[in-house]
Structure formats: C-alpha cells, structure tokens
Design a protein around this ligand. Structure first.
Ligand SMILES: [Zn+2]
Ligand SMILES: [Zn+2]
Length: 335
C-alpha cells in the first residue's frame, strides 16, 4: 500500500495535464489497490477533462482503461488476490445490494462509483477500485493491449451479448474508430454478416481487415438505399448526429438501432418509422463484470485485440493531442 499516488491531473477545464501527487487515504475493506502498468485513453477522458458533460471537478485525474497488478487488498476482498493482473474500466464500484446488482446488472447500478467521476482514475502510478470491478486478465490476452477492452471493448460487446445477436444476423456498425474497430472484430468472430458504415473512404480497406463483409459510405444516398430493409441490428459508435431515419430504414422488421456513442444532440425519428415493422431504438452503458470476463475469454479464444498506438506516461499531453486531433488509429495506450 502506498501513502501517496503520483498522477497526471487537469487543474482546469481543457487544461494541459500536470504532475500531481495525492494521498488516497485508508484502503477500503472491499477495495484493491492496483499498480498501473498501462492505461488506455478514451474519448470520455477528453470529455471529462474538458467538462463537456458538466460533472467534472478539478484537479481531475482521468484514465479508465487500466491494466495493473493488485498490490494491496482490503480484508473483505473476494475474487482477486495480491499479485493478480487485472483490468479496471469505467466503473470502480457498485453497491452490490440493489435490484440491478443482485440481478447481475452491476453496470446499471444507480449507486455505482465511476472511476474518473468525483474520484481519481488511472492516469497515475496507482489506482483503487472495489474488488468486483477488478477483472482478471486471462491467458491469451496481451496485457499491453488489453486496456481499451475495459471501456471501448465492453461498450460494444455488452449489447451484442445482452440482445442475443445471432450468428445468422446481418449487423451494421456505424463509425469505424476506437469502438467500431472492436465491434467489427467481435461481430465477425460471432459469425455475423457485418456492414461497416463510414464517411471516411480511407477506412474502407481497414474495416474489411477488421472483419467487415461490406462497407457503405454513409454520405452516399445510393449506398444507403441499396441496403434498405436488410439489417437485424445496427450498433452506433459515432457521436455525431446522422440521418437516423435512413438507418432505421436499413433495418429489417424487428430490427434494432442501438446507441453506444454519446450523441449529444436529440435523435428525431417518426413514431411510424418504428411502429410499422416493430423496430426499436435503445442504448446501453458498458457491461457487467461477468460480461467483461466473457468478453476477455472470447478475445483470448479468437485473438481479438484493439489496434493500439503506445505513448509513455510522461508523453500524456502529446497522446491526448493525438486523440483530440482525430489521428488515433485506433486506440491510444499509455505505458
Ligand atoms: Zn471510456
Ligand atoms: Zn447496485
């Protein structure tokens, strides 16, 4: 256990990160302390640093795609022990007693602790969490690349598992970036026919390499019309407003348009676009600890990994600028 954690903090909205030491206080009886080996950078880290969602407090230590070694464990910790290599994502704790937690849906707990909201996260040498969210990294998963699976990965794996997407389904993925490139790999290995939607032509070949069977340029009306009524499930990883009626039109009867990208603008659709063919619109946050473990095993079995670019922790501001400029291909990891 360490008395002082060394971190990189933003001291004001959109500020450069600076070296920052803080005392974490006493380790909770159900908490583990991790020595951080690597930490991915997610768009949500930028949103929190910039206070885009109005819930940031400063100094703010972001970082919620952590891989590390358990260095200390409270007296009532279960499931992990000192020396284990684990991952930690967006959630750092759940109440373990509400209806959602008792149903296994810890990701829906209304009293959850979020790793970088009102507490300090993984852009640091140490970070703490409740034992339930320290998930063991199994054989076959490369720890150096695993960080992004704990936020970006589970965000797209969660709904594929939860909604029972079938190998016979035809699925679309909107936005081929940090989340989308993982969704393509998951769905390809799931057995689905996968269509990638991107407005960036240069990403078409890479999308095919990640497992897309077809690529549609979302700005091409003829391309969108050619797939009308053909998809069972569309996973939206983009966070910009698009022609949602056109995507609903691409669904088969009983199809679902599912959002995991944080589109801040309202989503205007006609009720009749849903009613006639019993279509749905939905959204979801990450996944439960058990679903994270399932995802990791699935990754190990099929050799699925994020495509990563690596920066040293002391190059953190360069790494953030790289992501801000939209240059990340496809996920940035600090180590
Ligand atoms: Zn994230
Ligand atoms: Zn709960």
């Amino acid at each position: 256990m360490s008395d002082s954690f060394h971190a990189w903090a933003a001291t004001e909205a959109s500020g450069k990160l600076q070296s920052f030491d803080y005392s974490p206080g006493e380790l909770g009886s159900e908490q583990v302390e991790l020595r951080v080996e690597s930490c991915g950078i997610c768009h949500s880290d930028l949103s929190m640093i910039d206070n885009e969602w109005g819930q940031s407090t400063y100094p703010l230590v972001a970082g919620h795609e952590v891989v590390g070694i358990v260095e200390a464990a409270g007296d009532h910790v279960k499931g992990v022990t000192v020396g284990d290599r684990v991952g930690l994502g967006w959630f750092a704790g759940s109440c373990m007693s509400c209806h959602s937690c008792l149903s296994g849906h810890h990701n829906l707990c209304q009293n959850s602790e979020q790793t970088i909201v009102g507490r300090h996260g993984g852009f640091a040498d140490r970070v703490r969490c409740h034992w339930s969210w320290a998930i063991l990294i199994p054989e076959g998963v490369d720890p150096a690349k695993a960080g992004p699976l704990f936020c970006g990965g589970i965000t797209v794996f969660g709904p594929i598992a939860h909604y029972g997407v079938k190998p016979t389904d035809r699925v679309g993925v909107v936005g081929i970036g940090g989340l989308g490139h993982l969704a393509l790999q998951f769905l390809d290995h799931w057995g689905c026919h996968v269509t990638a939607f991107t407005s960036t032509d240069s990403k078409a070949d890479e999308a095919r390499a990640f497992g897309a069977d077809a690529v549609v340029n979302s700005r091409d009306d003829a391309g969108m019309k050619s797939i009308a009524g053909s998809l069972d499930f569309i996973l939206v990883t983009a966070n910009v407003p698009l022609d949602w009626e056109a995507y609903l039109g691409a669904l088969r009867p009983d199809g679902r348009l599912h959002f995991v990208g944080a589109v801040l603008e309202p989503i205007p659709v006609q009720a009749f676009s849903l009613i006639g063919q019993r279509k749905s619109i939905s959204g979801s946050p990450l996944g439960s600890p058990a679903t994270v473990a399932d995802m990791l095993e699935f990754c190990g079995r099929h050799g699925i990994a994020p495509k990563t670019e690596h920066f040293a922790f002391d190059q953190i501001n360069d790494a953030l600028d790289h992501l801000r400029a939209g240059k990340a291909r496809y996920r940035v990891v600090l180590s």
